[in-house]
Design a protein around this ligand. Structure first.
Ligand code: GLU
Length: 283
């Protein structure tokens, strides 16, 4: 694989205003592409119908333009492509790798002490044990359900996999640490893992850059690539920016939002330097 002209992307969710941490992620992805003659894409990850708002999406375009970034058009908005995710789910279903799960978070929490994975308690398999008739009956009765991946079967089918982080080197894929992950949510016909992996393939992204908090998620993405026959990019997982309290910045830290900094009279250049300078101060 060549990294001389990488295709990178910044993929925010419009669930709040962008903050300094997002500015760093966007500048990082942009820098990785344009410094090496590549292409930079922006993608709006808006599959969550409750938390995602059009006003926040508009603000993303405004804030990134104000920072001085440009990106290729058209921007891919995940909510415009739900049929793509459905198709991928159909393929996995056809391979016998999915099952419907009717459980609520509470059902899972109260089912005993399940071991934890990177996303919380591992799913204890309650709905995996339902018979086909029981599944059909509950679906027929209109009960909402998610679709989960049968992890053990999927891993057995895909065989041993590796992926490459440009900073941390070759990694052995360990998707099993997530257990039976959700690939379609009750409220959305996909999940983060499926949408991000399929989109990176469809948009021909060759270098995925994102925060180190998503390092483990890459194990699942590598598995999905193998199962669905998708392109395999390289990855760089960068440090997260910390706020004044020493915790990672979150959308609720409004003082660090790009709008707040702009309203204080800071220039785009000053905010760019703050974002990039803060990173180098991270351990
Ligand atoms: N939409 C994700 C987020 O806002 C980023 C996904 C990714 O870069 O893989 O955290």
């Amino acid at each position: 694989m060549t990294f001389s002209s990488p295709v990178t992307r910044f993929a925010p969710s419009p669930t709040g205003f962008l903050h300094l941490g997002h500015a760093f992620c966007a500048l990082f992805a942009h820098g990785q592409a344009v410094d090496r003659g590549g292409r930079f894409l922006l993608r709006i990850e808006d599959i969550d119908p409750v938390r995602c708002k059009l006003d926040f999406e508009t603000a993303i375009y405004e804030d990134l333009s104000w920072l001085g970034l440009t990106w290729e058009m058209p921007v891919r908005r995940q909510s415009d492509h739900l049929a793509d995710y459905r198709q991928a789910l159909d393929r996995l279903e056809g391979m016998g790798l999915l099952y419907p799960c009717f459980c609520s978070r509470k059902d899972i929490a109260s089912s005993g002490q399940a071991p934890h994975g990177p996303d919380g308690p591992l799913y204890p398999g309650i709905c995996k044990r339902l018979s086909l008739d029981q599944r059909a009956e509950r679906i027929g009765a209109g009960q909402p359900f998610a679709l989960r991946l049968e992890m053990e079967r999927a891993v057995a089918l895909a065989g041993a996999l590796t992926w490459r982080d440009l900073d941390q080197g070759e990694q052995k894929a360990r998707p099993e640490i997530f257990g039976d992950v959700v690939l379609a949510r009750k409220d959305a016909p996909t999940s983060y893992h499926l949408a991000v992996t399929l989109d990176d393939h469809l948009q021909e992204v060759t270098l995925v850059t994102r925060g180190v908090d998503l390092f483990e998620a890459t194990h699942v993405h590598r598995l999905l690539q193998a199962l669905l026959g998708l392109n395999v990019p390289a990855w760089r997982h960068h440090p997260l920016l910390m706020g004044p309290s020493g915790l990672r910045l979150a959308k609720r830290d409004q003082a660090q939002s790009l709008r707040a900094l702009r309203n204080e009279g800071l220039s785009p250049q000053a905010v760019r330097s703050m974002a990039m300078g803060r990173e180098s101060a991270n351990p």
